[in-house]
Design a protein around this ligand. Structure first.
Ligand SMILES: Cc1ncc(C[n+]2csc(CCOP(=O)(O)OP(=O)(O)O)c2C)c(N)n1
Length: 299
């Protein structure tokens, strides 16, 4: 299997760091444009898709070891979307590395027997490791898979799981956090999309979650904190993951903004999920393209 997944992944080979960052930012822009376009056709969880879009782009298009033609290859990395409502951003990233075409997603989303919906199902989509949507289950399942891989002496595969900070209101996550440390699951990487908002308010008001990085540390995890919209920091964090034989699981705490990149969506609870008018979609895409061109000068 290629080092970081399919032939459509972004490779370091021969690229300067700046070129690597630019390429991944360009790809994250494409992901956001696809999300906004889909959101003008269907209701999607746009806020939490946009907050985790940069993280998912680096994970899926740079980091993960996954053969799109052989999704059950034993040596693959496993990916579990614990915040299962971010299915759209996952599907578009998988499309970017060749699991399907974007057109399949636009055509099948929320249709009878379609492979794509608000939440993903592994019975109809072979690129979905575990069906999710009910919060609080993905991390416990991921910890179980990580433990099974260790028992099978699989030293190459990692288990990546993406959780929401609001999702940490589920007690089942904390049981898994405790157990993953106890069983020294160095092959487990829990990515936390810390956008500070849940379904209907700020986490400060809803759960009193406090400092999530400190909590993971106290539970015995290796913790890295990054700005979840800085591609450069994300590359670094993934490049420096400890080996799978490490004696602690890793939490990658990503500080993000819900609705990131679109001024009328940022930090707005009402954009947790919704549908965009065509006019607002065009305005949102214009904002994202302007920001990219301002930074990279239309290179
Ligand atoms: C067990 C369960 N309870 C409630 C919900 C409804 N729900 C969907 S998303 C969400 C908020 C999750 O917040 P967070 O994990 O921070 O996600 P994000 O803000 O990143 O979208 C809730 C309560 C659910 N999917 N599952």
């Amino acid at each position: 299997m290629p080092d970081n997944g399919s032939e459509n992944s972004v490779k370091k080979n021969g690229r300067s760091r700046e070129e690597l960052v630019r390429e991944l930012e360009k790809r994250a822009l494409e992901i956001r444009k696809n999300l906004l376009t889909l959101c003008s056709q269907q209701v999607i969880h746009i806020g939490g898709d946009l907050s985790v879009a940069d993280v998912m782009t680096v994970l899926w298009q740079y980091q993960i070891r996954y053969d799109t033609k052989n999704p059950k290859d034993e040596s693959r990395d496993r990916f579990i979307l614990s915040k299962g409502h971010a299915a759209a951003v996952t599907s578009f990233n998988q499309a970017a590395i060749g699991c399907y075409d974007n057109a399949d997603i636009f055509r099948e989303y929320a249709q009878d027997n379609g492979r794509f919906a608000m939440h993903s199902c592994n019975l109809i989509n072979p690129h979905v490791e575990v069906s999710t949507g009910s919060l609080g289950h993905g991390l416990p399942v991921a910890a179980g898979i990580a433990q099974a891989l260790k028992l099978k002496k699989n030293e190459t595969s990692r288990v990546y799981v993406v959780t929401g900070d609001g999702e940490h209101g589920e007690g089942s996550l904390w049981e898994a956090i405790m157990n993953a440390a106890h069983y020294k699951l160095g092959n487990l990487v829990c990515i936390v999309d810390c956008n500070g908002l849940g379904f209907d308010g700020t986490l400060k008001d809803i759960t009193g979650l406090g400092d999530i990085a400190d909590k993971y540390r106290i539970f015995g995890w290796n913790v890295t904190e990054v700005d979840g919209h800085e591609i450069d920091e994300l590359i670094d964090a993934f490049d420096h993951l400890p080996p799978t034989s490490f004696d602690k699981p890793t939490a990658l705490i990503c500080h993000t903004v819900k609705g990131h990149g679109v001024d009328f969506m940022e930090n707005q609870v009402k954009w947790h999920a919704g549908r965009l008018s065509e006019e607002n979609r065009d305005e949102a895409i214009r904002q994202l393209e302007d920001a990219f061109n301002r930074k990279w000068g239309g290179q």
